[in-house]
Design a protein around this ligand. Structure first.
Ligand code: NDP
Ligand code: 2IT
Length: 493
């Protein structure tokens, strides 16, 4: 047997173990065979296929229309060079990307990530999940993701500005308010969006406010967008606690990983809803403050000075700092909100969380809600579900960020800005609806309360059928006409 045939048969056998539908086995084998190194992408696809496995046999039309094959292949992948000059005049070259995954239900929409780990596998997984997440919001947005392997950490404002301008010099030709609307993600916040928006406006000579979201309030940004992902996570978690356990955040101890945009505003909302957040982290280590973290201090360090979380202990007596970011999950809690990055929680950490939550919780209302994208390994999710913990997957739990981006686009189109309370009310409504849609879908699939399945199933067929209704491939009749036309054209050449 040739090596490639051996690998192929190995992948096919693996797919047979994980999926019962032959159609989905075929799709998964094709995904892995095409891009064997894209592990994060395989993981994200497999999770969705495992959910679809529960319903796909009752829907032969999915296979007939090639819906799932269409779903897992991006419409377009753009990769480009990003040269920039540092403060010493030295030239550096990074690689930029935009994965335009699906525009079936609206313009491509999704964040930009600037982090040294950025590669095609990570951006494809993020873009793929974004399709489902965006459809869950009920707003007309397709799915995309982009970014660069650039590390903004330790760079001056001027260096970040030059990088963003160079990045947008290429990206501008691929985006537009009706085409593709990027926003922030890890390493891309208000500062970077501002620099990119300015460069877009300069190059295009046109004030297209709706081309980027997460903008500053003085140039078309929406109130609540900064807080939205963290707030939305807490709104959905609160609804999950209420609907599934008759509980609330009140009096609960909360641990949140990360200390970036999302973690900070999740901390704020969890505290407003009565929870006590006792630990936060960054990629170096974590702080533990048994009295509840002082958010003003955290905001000053992270948002004001772009410092490190360990500086917290200098300002707050009684708190401790421990090196190593994974140790945060040894801190006992009722509610765990992973807000840092993908695959931060493996099976071992999940068992620790489950054990610690068990030790201190007597009412059984303990919960894990993913705020980062795909922070939990599949084995970790199984540990939580088998232990009976409430579990909200990222696609549902962190949709508040992109939902509010959608509301920013609406306001830009109206040339009008809603007050804070109006946007916040809409965000809360959207998150509550997402929970109920996911929960109801889980019931319909015979796995009540499994929100992983619920979020994957709730609207994914709708995205697929939208592309079919729009003619996702040329039908036989059209194809023949086209060939006929080509033959006739050739006669004239
Ligand atoms: P930020 O860049 O503001 O913060 C990221 C945080 O995660 C920082 O504390 C960072 O620490 C930490 N972190 C990053 N990489 C690692 C790592 N490899 N190990 C441990 N910690 C790490 O990003 P956001 O808060 O915006 O994003 C956080 C997560 O939320 C991401 O998964 C993102 O995809 C997701 N998300 C973001 C949305 C948004 O609107 N911004 C919307 C929906 C999801 P350090 O400073 O040391 O790097
Ligand atoms: O992962 C995400 O949903 C985001 N980073 C936000 C995307 C957006 O377009 O607001």
């Amino acid at each position: 047997m040739k090596v490639s045939a051996f690998i192929q048969s190995h992948i096919t056998e693996g797919a047979q173990d994980m999926l019962k539908s032959e159609y989905l086995q075929h799709v998964y084998t094709q995904v892995v065979t095409r891009d064997p190194d894209q592990r994060e992408f395989h993981q994200a696809v497999l999770e969705v296929l495992e959910s679809l496995d529960l319903i796909v046999d009752q829907h032969p039309e999915y296979e007939k229309h090639g819906i799932i094959e269409t779903f897992v292949e991006p419409e377009r992948m753009i990769s480009f060079r990003v040269p920039w000059v540092d403060d010493n005049g030295q030239v550096h070259v990074n690689r930029g990307y935009r994965i335009q995954f699906s525009s079936a239900i609206g313009p491509y929409k999704g964040g930009l990530r600037f982090h040294p780990t950025v590669n095609l596998s990570i951006l494809k997984f993020l873009g793929f999940e974004q399709i489902l997440k965006n459809s869950l919001t009920g707003l007309p947005m397709g799915g995309a993701k982009g970014g660069a392997d650039f590390d903004p950490k330790g760079k001056s404002d001027a260096e970040v500005m030059r990088f963003c301008q160079s990045f947008m010099t290429e990206l501008n030709r691929h985006i537009g308010q009706f085409v593709d609307v990027p926003a922030g993600d890890i390493g891309v916040g208000g500062r970077e969006i501002g620099y990119m928006f300015g460069q877009y406006r300069r190059i295009r000579g046109s004030y297209d406010a709706g081309v980027l979201t997460g903008k500053g309030l003085s140039f078309g940004g929406s109130l609540v967008r900064t807080e939205a992902t963290g707030y939305g996570l807490c709104y959905l978690t609160a609804e999950m606690l209420k609907a599934m356990k008759g509980e609330s955040f009140d009096g609960k101890t909360v641990v949140i990983s990360g200390s970036g945009n999302v973690a900070i505003f999740a901390t704020e909302k969890a505290a407003q809803l009565g929870g006590k957040v006792v630990a936060l982290s960054d990629s170096n280590g974590y702080i533990h403050d048994p009295n509840g973290v002082n958010l003003d201090v955290v905001k000053d360090i992270k948002l004001g000075r772009r410092g490190r979380i360990k500086e917290y202990v200098d300002a707050v007596p009684g708190s401790t700092y421990t090196e190593g970011f994974r140790g945060i999950w040894n801190v006992p809690c009722d509610v765990a909100l992973p807000c840092a990055t993908q695959n931060e929680i493996d099976e071992e950490i999940a068992k620790t969380i489950e054990q610690l939550e068990d030790d201190i919780v007597t009412n059984g209302a303990n919960a894990v809600a993913e705020r980062a994208n795909m922070p939990c390994r599949p084995e970790a999710i199984r540990v939580f579900q088998e232990a009976g913990l409430l579990f909200a997957p990222a696609k549902a739990a962190n949709a508040g960020g992109v939902a509010t981006s959608g509301l920013e686009m609406s306001q830009n189109s109206m040339r009008y800005a809603w007050p804070f309370e109006e946007v916040d009310r809409r965000l809360k409504d959207i998150m509550t609806t997402i929970f109920h849609n996911a929960y109801n879908a889980s019931v319909e699939c015979g796995v009540p309360g499994d929100l992983v399945v619920g979020a994957n199933i709730a609207l994914s067929p709708q995205c697929g059928f939208a592309s079919v209704e729009e003619g996702n491939c040329i039908d036989e009749d059209t194809q023949w006409k086209k060939i006929d036309l080509l033959v006739r054209c050739k006669d004239f050449l």
